[in-house]
Design a protein around this ligand. Structure first.
Ligand code: ZN
Length: 171
């Protein structure tokens, strides 16, 4: 199993406070409760669902959802992942297909991003070519430059090159 993916999936689907309340059998009050890891009379155990971390000001114990389960259930990291997945019916571990889909989705998004970048670059190039082309055409208008002068030859050459670009590049 891909641990990083499964960890992320679990974090998105279950709140730390849910796990804490489930395992301690007590309710958090404003993110606080009596610490399950040391004896105390006033709550100094904090849970932050936004950050997904717990911390006890009394005994200094702290960590994320998996650390909490490991400590409370006396389990290894892998056992803790499996326990959360099964207890809260998340099905993250059995979803091998969905991990493949996740990777494919990422690949598709990357391709889309590259295509958009390419289109943006093409647009800039197109604008530059179009502008230069207009300059060439107006410079080559009769009476503006002396035929067969250096400048005239330059614009002829430049226009031919732009013609080629437009034809080849589909601009
Ligand atoms: Zn404590």
């Amino acid at each position: 199993m891909n641990e990083i993916y499964i960890k992320e999936q679990i974090r998105q689907q279950v709140k730390l406070s849910q796990v804490v309340e489930y395992l301690t059998g007590s309710k958090l009050s404003k993110g606080k409760m009596l610490c399950p890891f040391h004896r105390e009379k006033t709550p100094s155990f904090f849970v932050n669902d936004t950050k997904g971390v717990f911390y006890c000001q009394g005994c200094g114990e702290g960590g994320d959802i998996f650390k909490f389960v490991m400590l409370k259930n006396n389990q290894s990291f892998k056992e803790a992942i499996r326990w959360v997945d099964e207890t809260f019916h998340l099905g993250c571990i059995s979803q091998k297909v969905s991990y493949r889909q996740f990777l494919e989705q990422q690949k598709r998004e990357e391709k889309k991003r590259q295509r958009q970048e390419q289109e943006a670059r093409d647009k800039v190039l197109y604008d530059e070519i179009a502008l230069e082309y207009r300059i060439c055409v107006s410079a080559l208008r009769p009476g503006i430059l002396e035929p067969f002068s250096d400048l005239w030859a330059y614009y002829i050459q430049r226009k031919q090159y732009l013609d080629y670009l437009i034809e080849e590049g589909g601009y």
